[in-house]
Design a protein around this ligand. Structure first.
Ligand code: HEM
Length: 426
């Protein structure tokens, strides 16, 4: 038997999902329970699960039986290419994962702490004072700079300027429905229609690639460096593979972390008491970051494509279908997190980690940048709160809005900043 789901045509289900995905998931969860099916136009059906236990079973497919790379390929390959740890499976994935993991381990990224703080401090100094602005783009500037300077190791000012201008445009157009939802069979045709965003996407990607290949050539000529690119160039990866992994870290690593930070401030500004405990209580700061990623997880699902039929939750799911945990719903399971809608960092203060906490996915495909992301979030929150007094001009919570595979604050975290008096020294 197949898991239950709406009987509406795929076109209607796609439109419903795109209009309000958070609501669509919640409604299906209420109506059908912890495992349900949605059907999207042009793609195989997807089975969603909403408990930690069922999610674990999905992640176990990474040992064999499910492919995360293929599940992401339809959406991500145009941007990150075919040689990316995101889109590969099997032995080639293992090889790439082995090569990109070491420089992103906790011990390695800890060395980036001061540089991250200094990048943040420089950007924060440019924020407007006394007038409302949106934090999300500002966070994106910081997290992009972290990737460009610490991961890619780019120092050349002109090259940095070009990338600072091009990358946000590329990410924006990549997330437009016309590009993100184009089935692979139509992609080439749509990329040739000059007035469609698809054609602009291809042009922007070519401009970014030109800079990346240039940088790779320059670094091959002058080996060394403690950044991630320097370390990748010491491996056996070819230029195209290195390019794909660089873009991967940019795509997977900067908007996600910026969105996590935007949610952190969106939540914190609605609780003065919590703000007053920050940023100097390090344990509390760590708990705040974990609780933000629980209550407002950035990435909403972690799908796998089935190689073979799968028995899950009493149902039989056919080969070729997608199966994925809905992370926000797993995080709102009251048996794992009592009163799940409450923003309560104390949950994470006793050092216990719930198996149901999965903002970075799970299994062997667990986010390779998790340690860098957590460090960035702690350091950047600290830098902001040391310097500025932030308030939310509108006390109502911001809704969740779909952006690619992420949920972002609908108003991009509107804030008003004032200089903190007396200033605290970091
Ligand atoms: C708050 C920030 C971030 C969040 C919420 C996040 C979340 C995720 C999630 C949910 C996955 C899928 C895991 C799965 O399928 O089980 C993932 C994979 C991945 N992430 Fe992150 N991520 C973040 C930051 C980063 C950063 C900073 C980097 C790199 C510098 C990064 C690189 C990757 C890569 C390469 C993968 C694919 C791993 C694989 O398939 O082996 N992410 N991330």
């Amino acid at each position: 038997m197949l898991p239950p789901g709406p009987r509406l045509p795929a076109l209607v289900q796609t439109a419903w999902f795109l209009t309000n995905p958070a609501r669509a998931f919640e409604r299906c969860h209420e109506k059908y329970g912890p495992i349900f099916t949605l059907r999207y136009l042009g793609f195989p059906p997807e089975v969603y699960v909403t408990t930690g236990e069922l999610a674990e079973q999905v992640y176990q497919l990474d040992q064999g039986g499910g492919r995360a790379g293929q599940a992401r390929r339809d959406f991500l390959e145009p941007l990150v290419g075919a040689h990316s740890v995101l889109t590969l499976d099997g032995e080639s994935w293992q090889r790439h994962r082995r090569l990109v993991t070491p420089p992103l381990r906790a011990k390695q990224v800890a060395g980036y702490r001061d540089e991250i703080a200094s990048i943040a401090a420089d950007r924060i100094a440019t924020w407007p004072l006394g007038t409302p602005f949106t934090l999300r783009e500002r966070m994106q500037e910081i997290t992009m700079e972290v990737i460009l300077r610490l991961v890619f190791g780019i120092r050349d000012a002109a090259r940095l300027d070009r990338l600072r201008a091009l990358v946000p445009q590329l990410m924006e157009v990549a997330s437009s429905p016309s590009v993100a939802m184009t089935p692979p069979s139509l992609r080439k045709v749509m990329e040739r229609v000059p007035f469609l965003p698809n054609a602009r996407f291809v042009r922007l990607r070519a401009s970014v690639d030109e800079i990346l290949f240039d940088e790779i050539a320059r670094r091959r000529a002058e080996p060394g460096g403690t950044d991630v690119l320097g370390r990748l160039l010491e491996t056996e990866l070819a230029d195209q593979e290195v390019r794909d992994e660089l873009i991967t870290m940019l795509v997977a690593g900067h908007e996600t972390t910026a969105t996590g930070l935007s949610w952190a401030f969106e939540r914190l500004l609605r609780d003065r008491e919590m703000l007053d405990r920050l940023p100097d209580d390090e344990d509390y700061l760590d708990a705040v970051v974990k609780e933000v990623l629980r209550v407002r997880p950035v990435v909403y699902e972690a799908p796998r494509v089935l190689d073979a039929p799968l028995r899950l939750g009493g149902y039989e799911i056919p080969a070729g279908w997608y199966v994925g945990p809905v992370i926000p719903l797993v995080h709102h399971d009251p048996s794992a997190f009592p009163e799940p809608a409450e923003f309560r960092p104390e949950r994470f203060l006793d050092g216990q980690q719930s198996r149901s906490w999965m903002p970075f996915g799970g299994g062997r495909r667990f986010c390779v940048g998790a340690q860098l992301a957590l460090l960035e979030m702690r350091v950047i929150i600290r830098e902001v709160l040391h310097r500025l007094e932030l308030t939310a001009p509108d006390p109502a919570p911001e809704a969740r809005r779909l952006k690619n595979v992420t949920f972002a604050p609908a108003k991009r975290t509107r804030v008003i900043a004032r200089v903190r008096t007396p200033a605290r020294t970091p």
